[in-house]
Design a protein around this ligand. Structure first.
Ligand SMILES: NC(=O)c1ccc[n+]([C@@H]2O[C@H](COP(=O)([O-])OP(=O)(O)OC[C@H]3O[C@@H](n4cnc5c(N)ncnc54)[C@H](O)[C@@H]3O)[C@@H](O)[C@H]2O)c1
Ligand SMILES: [Zn+2]
Length: 341
């Protein structure tokens, strides 16, 4: 078992990585209310059935204010009050929703997470961002509030669909590319065993990823600056995700590869380093090529641009393990996208 502490001005969030962590629910001082993903409840019924719970319907289309309202009503029905500990259990969808509900119900109740997907354990459950989509636009409504604990229970990953697991590996690889060359080398050496969910490799990988995300979030919780580097591969990735309807990590894998090629075009990364990016993405079983419509991708990036004015802030690699953020004006971006696709 490993631990990572995330400290912010509002307090400490304790991230624990290991096997069989869900059994800790029985040791909590007060009886919690679980907000649990429906599939996780089906797959791990015996672990969670004894507790009071509300069910989060699976699927991104349920990440809405309507679901939030339904959950509030169920919590009222269960007699939840301001001191009730809420535990969000599931992947990123469930923890984003549960974190938002707990942050707003009665102006905020204490909460923690049990993260049950690889993507959730290395990314979504960490950093305090929570919320829902609005009219198809992702994460438009939300708060930043840290859970008091995140338990990354490795024993639960066995029931995850293999495609979902591999999608999570994309975010893992991302941390190596943007922040930690030694971790990158470790992943190059251990990808095969990671794909087999070897527990000691998995524990190291989840802990290192959580530690990197924690370090970045602690330095810049509100995403004024540094936290933006976590969006490496996501500018084009989000556009591909919407355009192709593939899983988030699959699109981010491709987005990282295209961002690496752009870094090369901008003189920041050598051709052999771009190959290295491609090899690692490929070794994880993630797609490295796909027929993309450049106009579609460009229009999707434009729509996604939201908060940043006229320029798109692109996270590029400046050598392996290092990033630089370049503002790219929209007209220039259009020709770049046409070049890359
Ligand atoms: N808050 C953040 O910082 C942050 C970061 C990244 C992503 N996200 C959000 O995370 C969400 C995606 O998260 P995700 O990839 O974990 O997907 P998800 O939560 O939708 O889970 C994927 C699928 O796996 C199922 N599942 C979950 N755990 C399982 C288990 N142990 N066994 C069997 N099935 C299981 C779910 O029911 C679902 O069908 C998106 O909504 C995204 O916006 C948030
Ligand atoms: Zn992501």
């Amino acid at each position: 078992m490993q631990q990572v502490k995330l400290t912010t001005p509002d307090g400490v969030s304790e991230i624990v990585v290991g096997e069989l962590l869900s059994s800790r629910l029985q040791m909590l001082e007060q009886e919690p209310i679980l907000m649990i993903d429906e599939n996780v409840l089906i797959q791990h019924h015996d672990l969670f059935e004894p507790f009071r719970s509300v069910i989060i319907p699976s699927g991104e289309s349920n990440k809405t204010l309507q679901t939030v309202e339904a959950l509030y009503r169920e919590l009222v029905g269960l007699g939840a009050d301001r001191s009730t500990l809420m535990v969000g259990i599931g992947g990123g969808l469930a923890t984003d929703l549960a974190g938002f509900v707990a942050s707003t119900f009665l102006r905020g109740t204490p909460f923690g997470f049990i993260s049950t997907t690889l993507l959730g354990q290395v990314d979504a459950s960490i950093g305090g961002k929570n919320g829902v989509n609005l009219e198809g636009y992702k994460n438009m409504i939300g708060t930043i509030r840290q859970p008091s604990f995140v338990w990354c229970d490795l024993s639960l990953l066995g029931t995850l669909e293999s495609r979902e697991y591999i999608s999570g590996i994309a975010e893992v690889i991302k941390y190596g590319f943007i922040r930690d060359i030694h971790f990158l080398e470790y992943l190059e050496e251990h990808m095969e065993t990671l794909l087999k969910q070897d527990l000691s490799v998995l524990e190291h990988v989840v802990t290192t990823s959580a530690a990197i995300k924690t370090e970045v979030v602690q330095k810049d919780e509100k995403e004024a600056n540094l936290r933006k580097i976590l969006n490496f591969g996501h500018t084009i990735g989000h556009a591909i995700e919407r355009h192709k309807g593939i899983l988030h990590g699959e699109a981010v894998g491709l987005g990282m590869l295209l961002a690496a090629r752009l870094s090369h075009l901008q003189g920041l990364l050598s051709a052999s380093e771009v190959d290295r990016v491609e090899q690692l993405v490929l070794s994880a079983g993630l797609p490295v090529s796909m027929k993309l419509d450049p106009e579609e991708i460009y229009q999707n990036i434009r729509k996604d641009k939201k908060k940043s004015g006229e320029d798109v802030h692109f996270v590029l690699l400046k050598g392996m393990g290092n990033t630089i953020i370049r503002p790219i004006p929209l007209p220039e971006l259009k020709s770049i996208v046409y070049d890359l696709c």
